[in-house]
Design a protein around this ligand. Sequence first.
Ligand code: GLA
Length: 757
Amino acid sequence: MLQAAQLRVVDEERVHVRPKCLRGRPRALLAFLLLSILASPAQQKTGPTASFDSARKVFRLDGANVTYAMGVNAHGELQSLYWGDRLAATDALPAPRIVSFADEMNDGPQEYSGWGGGTLDEPALKATFPDGNRDLVLHYASHAIDGDELRVTLRDISRDVYVTLKYRMDSATGVLARSAVIENRTADKLMLEQAEAANWNLPASTDYSLRYLAGRWGGEFQLQTQSIQPGSVVLESRRGSTGHQSSPWFAIARGPATETEGSVWFGALGWSGSWRITVGQDPMQQVRITGGFNPFDFGYQLKPGESLQTPVFYGGFSSTGFGGASRQMHRYELTNILPQAPHPPLRPVLYNSWEATKFDVDEKGQEQLAEKAASIGVERFVMDDGWFGQRKDDHAGLGDWYVNPEKFPHGLAPLIAQVHALGMDFGLWVEPEMVNPDSDLYRKHPDWVINFPGRPRSESRNQLILNLARPEVRAYVFGVLDQLLNENDISFLKWDLNRVWAEPGWPEVAPDEQKKLYVQYIDNYYSILQDLRKKHPRLEIESCSGGGGRVDLGVLHYVDEVWPSDNTDPFDRLSIQDGFTYAYTPSVMMAWVTDSPNWYNQRVTSLSYRFLSSMQGSLGIGANLNKWSAEDLAVAKEMIATYKSVRGVVQQGSLYRLVSPRGNSEMSATESVAEDKSTAVAFVFLHSQQMRYPARRVFLEGLDRNAIYKIRPIYGHLLDHEPTAASGAYWMGNGLSVILNGDYDAAGFIFERVARP
Ligand code: GLA
């Protein structure tokens, strides 16, 4: 990721703001003059989504229903001008203004502000030069439009520090990808202390509210709402990884937005290391969101000629409330983020051994489970923790990625052959960034872990973290995984990370290079994933981190699915899954059906309830199938077959959160609609019935109002008088009455279009 600032200077233009920039560049000047003549006064369309009005010095990006605009003011500052509903092509945006520091009130809405020149708000970039100077004032220098990428280069007013802002607007969703490349072209090194991906400025207003996702282990993705007041709200991870406590995503509504109505701005950061998003309202009621590397303990030295690429910050706008916002995000993730985008394959139904066998895996036991799994229609069999090194429990073995000879005397080959013979592919759990002190690897390389010499090394789950930033550690981790994949026919890795950072030292490099760990570690993590995929093109990967601790748009470039939580209770999962879908597509949301009572909270639920809850995402089975009765297995077989018939709709269709599981609601419901509106799938859950009130009617959304849809139950019944076929208008306007009783009851229905108007 770093050193990525090879700017291909295509169509590069320079605006006549600071004539000094143009001196000694006659070709650029000629191009500038030509462009001014051609472009003035109307907007010149130079790319599919990006355009530049050279007369007004305004950049504009249009995609789907969204317009984003910024401009250069007379001082050379690049200011945000507009972000929201798509404007008419003829709309002239207000010229960027001059904001005087003398006001001591606020800054102008800068696109990417350096800390210096009187900046008062959260800056995007902060640096210290070797002479102690810490003043950085970024002014427009040049820009280039290359296909649908716009690059605007800023330069400090006196030093050769360049920042190239990259913008790529997706024409289908209006999601804008922003990032920055910071380049040191001075003759000296400099230290970056804060490097954000972007500042986003919202139209000034006082009735904004913020939604974000907070949580903890076993309780991830809990949606929070609060009004935005003067001051700042900080969402962050300082833990070296994305974290369970907060997800790098935000949504901001103006006024009373709902699932279906209102203006909502949203964004998500593509970074799996320590990150931060700050939402601040300044004294002039300007709301600004800033996000990127977490500046806490940050220090990235740039030697002359070096550069740093920030993470990408994705942002979008919806005028159809939170539902519209998440559907845009889901579509964008499917078509732009996932490794197999724009056409990611449907997720197979998998089985995972963890809750069934924990560390007690062996050839015979796994084969027995595989037979049962295959008999109910599972397509991928995944063996979890316990198969390697001297792994009997969580005290030993991490780091030693050889097959345990007592548990698997003939290696993994016989088990894999059996899994294949049963018609499934084979997946394996790994936790390659970790080492137990009780391992051959640690005994050989105790210095390979992140640590501060002479200080205790804090263990968590009896493990330490390998310093993946070190080239030899990166080579080792890639090597063992590559060998494992070369020697065994493995289609899927569940890549886990079961602890957060402590004592983040990298003593092998010079003191002023040590904090590069925060960036280099994650860059190497990504590059291992990428190189493994390149070398093993059939490989799919799941990101897990003690549940949902590593879910973000950075890792989703390299993995096909994620594990949202170790909490597999199907009722708790409803709110975890609800929160998850605000930011992330259900396609990547792995959800296992496990045993009842649930291991996490002892809640007892029916098999059908568990299936319907898991069917909201990518269905998996994580139960001890040896304990299931013939009847359970028959129900499972039917449920899995039905799920397969609609998984395209659930995983890649449009999601409508019909009734929220949050708050005091007795029930919740979701619906997924196929892109062509031919099929819809609805899941309805009764949490606890009181006074025997009937479950409330559920009103569908997103159907073709004039077409006729036939209803088919996955499980459950409608009240007697309900029709079995009706128009989209009927199901949306009149709704359906589902029979649900008592606690933890659930039903699911498929709507199939049988006739078009
Ligand atoms: C983590 C994961 C679980 C399981 C265990 C194995 O907790 O989240 O699903 O893989 O590790 O040790």
